[in-house]
Design a protein around this ligand. Sequence first.
Ligand SMILES: [Zn+2]
Length: 149
Amino acid sequence: MTKPTDDTRQGTYRREQWRCIRCGKNSVTYQHRQADGMGGSRKVPTCVDGVAACLWCNEGFEAAGQTEALVYGWKVRRWVTDAGAVPVFNKPLRLWAQLMPDGGVRILQPRDAHEAMRRAYGSEWDRWVDELQERAGFWPLLGMDGRTR
Ligand SMILES: [Zn+2]
């Protein structure tokens, strides 16, 4: 993945209203959702390939916060061929959305977002949810009506 163009970067920040997608802080950096594949890709990122995150959260997504980032679609496994099929949860706004290449969004009902996660990852997504729950001691925020099975 090459660097995002200024338009893509600004479109991504605008979509998140210049707030971190995890904590809401209004100082954002560009977070690539997918790590570069082997050998590096020449693919030019669109607005589906990144989210806005503060520096602290952005660094966490690569470390202790990786499971949370996968549960919420802020990070996408590198083998996923269509990052746009993996929805994103905007935690401050408590909204799931499918991202569009032009920076638009399609708001999803939580149950539809959870199903899209399972289409992408199978039961692994539920294991990540369980892992988050065990670590935090409470159910992770998965949308207004909680977890759906
Ligand atoms: Zn943050």
